[in-house]
Design a protein around this ligand. Structure first.
Ligand code: BES
Ligand code: MN
Ligand code: ZN
Length: 499
């Protein structure tokens, strides 16, 4: 779908549907909504009086114009209480009305800029949010469905603004929103892809294609090279599968004058069966998404490159399956990671931290100055925070705060969990330097503590997206399946670092 900004009058815009809005409690709409009301001979005002249109948040009222406007449908979108209005509500609302209009067979829709007037929202930011909301909300993963969809895709969304002087900023917001939303949808595509279509080799192939399209540096290490690097932890996880592991390194140099490089590291388990410590079969299919962290860092890098952000980034993804093959890791096995530390594997299902240990260590070897990792790491994080926010941990409060802020701007919520020394006790092994599971209690924290052993003295943040990477329900701009969570946080972080 294409999103475009045009100057003009929403009333006379040629589209299948035009979208105006209303704050809760408003009895006499003004502005664009008032103008459309007039064209409809007061229908909106009448419906407000009759109590049908209330302006409640995400309420979508459909009015058929029956020839009174060029558009056959006028949709009135409820903005909720004016005092509670935010940018993220624009994203969600836009997604909701776009999906409603798709169900009504609209191919071309037009909307005004929401929140710009009394809403007090910056027009550029609103335009970006509308663009993101429509692209994210209309996303669907139909690659493997051979039947045509009941409702075809919306081909075009127009953002209509009367004031020609605003065109430029609205276009800037729209362009930025498009890049970020498309990157998020790219991450969703990679995550939604089943494991038989997204093996470590498929991930490497995807990275190769992206590197070429967006002129990024690319290195892919195979098993032999991993051995040379001493990546015993990653190789240990990979040994249970017939699919060869791939260590994928994508680099973006947006600031050639600086030697500072941010390291993005993503968990890339293309399928997590648990290995010999096998998972129950119920919901195991969800583990095709255990490479969400990897997809997220790759997609974020693509957006950052397109936005020509003035930063340097090295993204490292350790891609492998975790399967219980004849050669698989066994509980009790001891592995040696890239930094020389030995790890007792007490649970082969705690595989993510093993692969991340080597990926983080490799990023450090590449000379990154700070690290951010994203991983569907622990069920414990899902239990602690539900699917509302991701867990954030780290060894640098400054970096943690920066990333929480970058997330908040994007409507992605991060909640910090503690890293008290006492938790480290749980990871102590009798036979190796550390063990790969500290047990059930505080499992998200002990997992983070484990990772902290592999980042040296670099400022580092770990984001656990186990609860937020996939969803079972459609809500605002998230749809069933992969959410693409983290892409927008990382992009905002890179943009903030560039400033
Ligand atoms: N990939 C899982 C974590 C996960 C669970 C992600 C549910 C998304 C949804 C991870 O590899 C795992 O299995 N973690 C174990 C660790 C335990 C064995 C210490 C867990 O959380 O149960
Ligand atoms: Mn696991
Ligand atoms: Zn896993």
């Amino acid at each position: 779908m294409e999103v475009k900004v045009i100057t003009g009058d929403i009333v006379s815009t040629k589209a299948d549907a035009i979208v105006v809005n209303l704050f809760e409690g408003v009895k006499r709409p003004g502005g664009a909504t008032g103008a459309v009301d007039k064209a409809l001979d007061g229908a909106i005002t009448k419906l407000i009086e009759q109590g049908e249109i209330k302006g409640k948040l995400n309420e979508i009222n459909i009015i058929h114009s029956l020839g009174k406007t060029p558009a056959r449908i006028v949709a009135v979108a409820g903005l909720g209480k004016q005092a509670d209005f935010t940018l993220d509500k624009i994203r969600a609302l836009t997604a909701e009305f776009c999906r409603s209009l798709r169900k009504l067979n609209c191919r071309r829709i037009a909307t005004i800029v929401h929140g710009g007037g009394v809403g007090g929202i910056d027009p550029e930011a609103s335009s970006q949010a509308i663009t993101e909301g429509s692209l994210l909300g209309l996303y669907r993963f139909r690659k493997h469905i051979t039947k045509e969809p009941e409702n075809h895709d919306i081909a075009e969304t127009l953002i209509v603004e009367r004031d020609a002087a605003k065109l430029k900023v609205l276009e800037q917001g729209c362009k930025k929103g498009q890049i970020i939303a498309e990157a998020t949808n790219l991450a969703r595509d990679l995550i939604n892809e089943p494991a038989n279509y997204m093996t470590p080799s498929d991930m490497a192939k995807t990275a190769k294609g992206l590197a070429k399209t967006y002129s990024l540096g690319l290195t892919i290490l195979d098993r032999e090279q991993m051995e040379k690097e001493g990546m015993g932890a990653l190789l240990g996880v990979a040994q249970g599968s017939r699919q060869p592991p791939k260590l994928i390194v994508l680099t973006y140099k947006g600031d050639k004058k600086s030697s500072d490089t941010i390291g993005f590291v993503g968990k890339g388990i293309t399928f997590d069966s648990g290995g010999i410590s096998i998972k129950p079969s119920e919901n195991m299919a969800e583990m095709k998404g255990d490479m969400a962290g990897a997809a997220t860092v790759m997609a974020a890098l693509i957006a950052i490159a397109q936005l020509k952000s003035k930063v340097n980034i090295t993204a490292v993804v350790a891609a492998t399956e975790n399967l219980p093959g004849g050669n698989a890791l066994k509980p009790g096995d001891i592995l040696k990671a890239i930094n020389g530390k030995t790890i007792e594997v007490v649970n082969t299902d705690a595989e993510g931290r093993l692969t991340l240990a080597d990926a983080l260590g490799y990023a450090i070897k590449q000379g990154v100055s700070q690290l951010v990792d994203l991983a569907t790491l622990t069920g414990a994080c899902h239990i602690a925070l539900g699917d509302i926010c991701s867990g954030i941990f780290g060894n640098s409060q400054e970096l943690i705060d920066k990333i929480i802020k970058s997330g908040a701007e994007a409507g992605e919520r991060l909640w910090q969990l503690p890293m008290y020394e006492e938790y480290k006790e749980k990871n102590k092994s009798n036979v190796a330097d550390i063990k790969n599971s500290g047990g059930r209690w505080g499992g998200a924290i002990t997992a983070a503590q484990f990772l902290s052993e592999f980042v040296g003295d670099k400022p580092w943040v770990h984001i656990d997206i186990a609860g937020t990477a996939q969803t079972e329900k459609e809500n605002g701009y998230t749809v069933k399946g992969a959410t693409g969570v983290g892409v927008r946080t990382l992009v905002n972080f890179a943009l903030a670092q560039a400033k």
